[in-house]
Design a protein around this ligand. Structure first.
Ligand code: ADP
Ligand code: MG
Length: 257
């Protein structure tokens, strides 16, 4: 049984990919975890996971006529299954976003937790599908009150497809930013709870440069502890349905977004 989370945000650069891999590694201590770079237009998980030379990626699975098997794009790394996505614009253009349903259905058959690193903007099919497919969203936010309204748009959209909010993750929080007040507001408007307050940290930057997920690069750093704590709060549920694959395959793809 699987629970699928979309790691989403209203803006790029908030730390979705960093968070996806950090939550994934933390959850992998107790669960069988698969992380997917479903941000197919702005893929960067491959750089965070040392997979920039991956021969087969999600793009190859989304292009009609490519004969790659889903398993060819799955890499065992850092105690998880990792499905990177390529960065070629041509491949993104050639990709059929709807095929993500079948890919996710296949992956779901063989894992407990699916984390979909999701695109920031909501402007196209490829951008919204991960949120539509997920059971719950983790919304990554900058620690300011204005950023909450971006996150609320994501929440509203997700809810319109039956995807509830698992909680919010404040990332790159500096001392003195009044995070308590922001988190209090967030708790009022968002589903779930504040999963974590993740500090701004050099370790996150050096991990990215080293091509390693934060929890592999600096496992004992306070920033890594904060992600582990957030993962504990996620409280993974059993996906429930007997035919998991069917649930994803039959997801309604929005015509208008
Ligand atoms: P997104 O996937 O939302 O675009 P990334 O996870 O790639 O965001 O993060 C964007 C940049 O911010 C990366 O260079 C990353 O290393 C850096 N970053 C992410 N989280 C933190 C943090 N807590 N402290 C410092 N830098 C961070
Ligand atoms: Mg990213």
């Amino acid at each position: 049984m699987v629970e699928a989370f979309a790691v989403a945000s209203g803006k790029g650069g908030t730390g979705k990919t960093t968070s996806t891999l950090a939550l994934g590694m933390a959850l992998a201590e107790d669960h069988d975890v698969t992380v997917v770079d479903a941000d197919t237009g702005m893929a960067n998980l491959l750089f965070h996971a040392g997979l920039d030379d991956a021969a087969v990626t999600l793009h190859d699975l989304l292009v009609e006529g490519e004969d790659a098997a889903v398993s060819d794009a799955v890499y065992e790394r850092f105690g998880m299954k990792v499905v990177p996505c390529g960065t070629s614009l041509a491949a993104f253009r050639a990709a059929d976003p709807e095929r993500l349903r079948d890919v996710v259905a296949d992956l779901a058959a063989d894992t407990d937790v699916l984390l979909l690193d999701s695109p920031a903007a909501l402007g196209s099919k490829s951008a919204v599908l991960p949120i539509v497919l997920a059971d719950r969203t983790v919304i990554v936010l900058q620690p300011t009150v204005p950023a909450l309204s971006d996150g609320l748009k994501v929440q509203e959209y997700a809810r319109s497809y039956g995807t509830e909010t698992a909680g919010t993750l404040f990332n790159r929080v500096r001392d003195g930013e009044g995070i308590d007040r922001v988190a209090e507001q967030a708790d009022r408007y968002f589903g779930g709870e504040t999963l974590g307050v993740i500090p701004e940290s050099d370790a996150a930057r050096t991990a990215r440069t080293a091509g390693e997920p934060l929890l592999a690069h600096a496992p004992d750093a306070p920033v890594s502890q904060a992600f582990r704590e957030a993962a504990r709060r996620l409280d993974v549920r059993d996906g429930g349905s007997d035919d998991v694959a069917d649930r994803f395959r039959s997801a309604v793809v929005p015509e208008e977004v």
